[in-house]
Write a protein that binds this ligand. Structure first.
Ligand SMILES: C[S@@+](CC[C@H](N)C(=O)[O-])C[C@H]1O[C@@H](n2cnc3c(N)ncnc32)[C@H](O)[C@@H]1O
Length: 815
């Protein structure tokens, strides 16, 4: 069991569902307070923007006066170069410090609501060293002055078409060093080969136009080469970003300002950007359509994408770009005549200066409710926790309390128990032992505070099958509650025998009362049903196999049933720059913040995955457990719609079955080698990507009944995870965290978040290449750990990278 660490003080058990946070900025690419008006400075303009309903405002750092000064300096230098015999030896001119005429910014307390704009006429990453140098100097001056004035969010125009993106990245890295608190947001289009509107509308001379011809890269040699470029162009902008952030070593203060185009790119590319740190989302006027009433609206795909982004733990800020000038207060005029007044109303309707803003506010307040797992895990999205170790540690009551909030798990267990009770009764009745009414002997092993014990008693009541119940728990503190509950809970009514023991050392139920001693002597007391919930996010990672092996001898050898009967772990490659960045920069040397000796790369983490991408997809398949009727299908959530045609390629690793028919007898099983596992996987990778680890899930069969007609099933006609196909004569209750099967097996179950096996080095994979994964479950008889190796292969099959072995040996689960 592994979802929330409930001991965290920020855990809120009854989260409400307020509108998502949405900060909206007014952005004008040509805003220049000195050229449009001499009276309005950025501070006053911000006040007007906030009065109009905006939260934030963008502002240039320097003025057109500064631009003219830099251009004049550059031109004079170029002139000198042309007259100079050794022109290449001359250093680039130094840009003098800013003067009051060069900037309208002054330090003000309200400046935190301003987003500073690096001059769009710079050519950072220019192939011409002179232009690159001048641009770099201006860039540093602007960042330094913005930081001085208290503006910490800075929008940096992305590299121009001919720029060297590594040179650009080098400059950005320097910029991050200029101000210790500034956050740089690099402006990029979603699709490669597209220009952002910002560049198109930049005013004045762009330094890129002044690149000397000898520095321009050669034109593509022939058409074939052009075609080659065109093939990877779709991901071109993302690949530029990938180079920038790799060069900047996943800097925590570096993120993306993404421009949303009028036509969104394919869903796989949308998903890619979704997984990246997009902090600013630029919405030019052209992103909007007009509805029948001539109001600006977003297309359905834009709305869906925005909804996904708004559900993020830190939704991006929206920049409404070049929609309308800010409404400024008018100078007073005499009252209008009725005719004038009517005309004004019409004009306002047609040309409402905040229509786009109002529409976005409307979207903000009409978002669909969050699914239960997101509501439950709010604030924990992409937050990595070390898995629980309920075998070695004794859990707190509050942790059990959080488990017990699951709306699905316990109900599904009760249904499985009811099915098993009915089947076991049938078997025992047919057995000559039971002549005067059958009693099914049930032990809940690892009973915690007793919720599964209650479910056994409830199932007994609903099916009419008599039970004798033991509740075994090794946590002495939980045993106090179990005993108290047995005394006080009317359902328990003193009928439950509480046993404080490790299940592996329990010798089994006591002999029955003297009245039936003769019977007991003939038939040693064995359990009919063993109920446990020892599953971790990767199924077997909390040592359920080892614990249940140790209790297997308690079960009746021919008809004894374990709930769960089996469980399988699943994996898929994951791209998650956020998790990688956090591990790299924000975690100390160890997984638990410093006190433990375990390296932070040496443990798998339990994490509610959100801002990530399942990097390996395949065409959508029909899953065996999906129901035929569309009505029963869960309505797709916005995030799931990206899986309309493709789905994550999630593959099974290994399975454990209980009771294990092949369990070796002592002393062999002391070594535990029968519980080691190995799996090998190949994942075709359709699009270029960079992997940061593996995501793990599980599916468990709680109980699969051979009987087609069961009371439990008839009582639960509405449950959508019951396979009841009379031709197969099977009724199966399953739970799942696998994203492919969870919606049909156990939708809305919240007890388990996925597990994440990190890669210490991000692994690049070509579009059309393959990822090979090997996983091992290993043991030395003292503990259990995992090892994982991920390799990338190119389109031609050659090995591209990877191969380092990840291992959780240092943080192994002790047996
Ligand atoms: C995930 S909790 C489940 C508690 C409860 N059955 C429920 O579903 O809410 C697992 C419980 O098993 C107990 N446990 C784990 N290993 C055990 C062992 N070897 N013997 C007895 N109890 C064990 C833990 O102390 C913990 O209370």
């Amino acid at each position: 069991m592994a979802a929330l660490d409930a001991t965290s003080s920020s855990y809120n058990p009854v989260p409400e569902d307020p509108a998502p946070n949405l900060y909206i900025a007014h952005h004008a690419t040509s805003r220049s307070t000195t050229t449009t008006t001499t009276t309005i400075n950025p501070t006053d303009l911000l006040a007007h923007a906030q009065t109009a309903g905006y939260d934030l405002l963008t502002t240039p750092i320097t003025t057109s006066h500064f631009q003219s000064r830099v251009l004049a300096l550059l031109q004079s230098h170029v002139q000198t170069l042309s007259n100079h015999p050794h022109s290449s030896d001359l250093p680039a001119p130094s840009i003098p410090s800013l003067t009051p005429a060069d900037t309208d910014l002054t330090p003000e307390p309200t400046n935190t609501a301003l987003i500073a704009l690096i001059s769009p006429w710079l050519d950072l990453g220019s192939p011409d060293p002179l232009i690159a140098d001048i641009s770099h100097q201006v860039f540093s001056l602007e960042i330094a002055y913005a930081a001085f004035c208290g503006l910490s969010n800075i929008l940096v125009p992305g590299p121009s078409a001919h720029a060297d993106s590594l040179q650009f990245a080098r400059v950005v890295l320097d910029g991050l060093g200029v101000g210790p608190y500034v956050e740089l947001h690099v402006l990029l289009p979603m699709r490669g080969g597209e220009e952002v509107e910002e560049d198109v509308s930049a005013e004045g001379t762009h330094l890129g136009e002044l690149v000397r011809s000898r520095f321009l890269p050669p034109e593509p040699a022939d058409e074939a080469e052009e075609e080659l470029d065109g093939g990877s162009e779709l991901y071109g902008s993302w690949e530029t970003w990938e180079r920038i952030r790799t060069m900047c070593n996943y800097h925590t203060r570096l993120s993306i300002a993404l421009e949303l185009p009028r036509h969104l790119p394919p869903i796989h590319l949308q998903s890619r950007w979704y997984s990246e740190p997009v902090r600013l989302l630029i919405m030019p006027r052209t992103t909007f359509l007009r509805n029948a009433a001539n109001h600006p609206v977003l297309s359905k795909p834009h709305q869906i994408y925005l909804s996904q982004l708004l559900r993020l733990r830190y939704p991006p800020w929206l920049l409404l770009s070049n929609t309308h000038p800010l409404p400024l207060p008018q100078t007073s005029s005499p009252d209008p005549t009725p005719a004038e007044s009517s005309n004004t109303k019409k004009t306002l309707l047609q040309n409402n200066p905040t229509a786009h803003l109002q529409y976005l506010r409307h979207l903000q307040h009409s978002q669909p409710p969050l699914p239960p797992i997101e509501r439950f895990g709010r604030g924990y999205q992409d937050y990595m926790q070390s898995p629980l170790q309920p075998l070695t540690d004794n859990l707190e009551s509050i942790t059990y309390e959080v488990f017990e909030k699951d709306p699905i798990k316990y109900t599904w267990y009760e249904r499985a128990i009811a099915l098993a009770l009915v089947d076991l009764q049938t078997i025992k009745v047919s057995d000559s032992v039971a002549r005067e009414g059958v009693v099914v002997k049930v032990a809940v092993v690892g009973a915690g505070r007793g919720p599964l014990v209650s479910r056994v008693l409830q199932a007994s009541k609903s099916t009419g099958v008599k039970v004798q119940v033991w509740a075994l728990e090794k946590n002495p503190n939980a045993c106090v509650l179990l005993q108290r509950r047995n005394a006080n809970d009317p359902l328990w009514a003193g009928r439950v025998e509480v046993v404080r023991s490790d299940m592996r050392s329990w010798n089994g139920p006591e002999q029955p009362s003297p009245a039936s001693t003769a019977d007991a002597e003939k038939h040693p007391l064995k359990l009919d049903l063993l109920v446990s919930e020892l599953l971790g996010s990767f199924a077997d990672n909390e040592l359920s196999p080892e614990c249940l092996d140790g209790a297997q001898h308690l079960l009746h050898p021919t008809h004894g049933v374990s709930i769960p009967q089996s469980y399988t772990a699943f994996i898929t490659p994951l791209a998650s720059p956020q998790l990688y960045r956090e591990l790299l920069h924000e975690r100390g040397g160890s997984s638990s913040g410093g006190s433990s000796k375990v390296g932070k790369w040496e443990v798998p983490y339990v994490v509610l995955l959100q801002q990530c991408e399942y990097a390996c997809t395949r065409p959508r398949q029909h899953h065996a457990n999906e129901l035929a009727t569309a009505d029963d299908q869960p309505k797709p959530q916005p995030q799931e719609q990206k899986q309309e045609e493709t789905e994550p390629n999630v593959q099974p690793t290994w399975t454990f079955t209980h009771p294990n028919p092949h369990l070796p007898q002592s002393p062999n099983n002391i070594t535990n080698t029968h519980n080691t596992r190995t799996s090998t996987h190949t994942f075709p990778t359709p699009h270029p990507t960079t992997l940061h680890g593996l995501a793990g899930f599980f599916e468990a069969t709680l109980y699969s009944s051979p009987s087609p007609s069961s009371t439990a099933n008839n009582n639960n006609k509405n449950n959508n995870n019951v396979k009841n196909n009379s031709s197969q004569k099977e009724t199966t209750i399953q739970i799942s965290t696998n994203p492919l099967t969870q919606p049909t097996m156990s939708k809305d179950m919240i007890s388990w978040f996925p597990i994440f096996f990190p890669l210490q080095e991000p692994l690049k994979v070509e579009g059309g290449g393959q990822v090979k994964v090997q996983m091992w479950r290993r043991t030395d008889g003292r503990g259990v750990w995992y090892e994982w190796v991920v390799e990338s292969f190119g389109v031609g099959g050659g090995r591209v990278g990877g191969g380092e072995r990840g291992s959780s040996w240092g943080g192994m689960c002790l047996m």
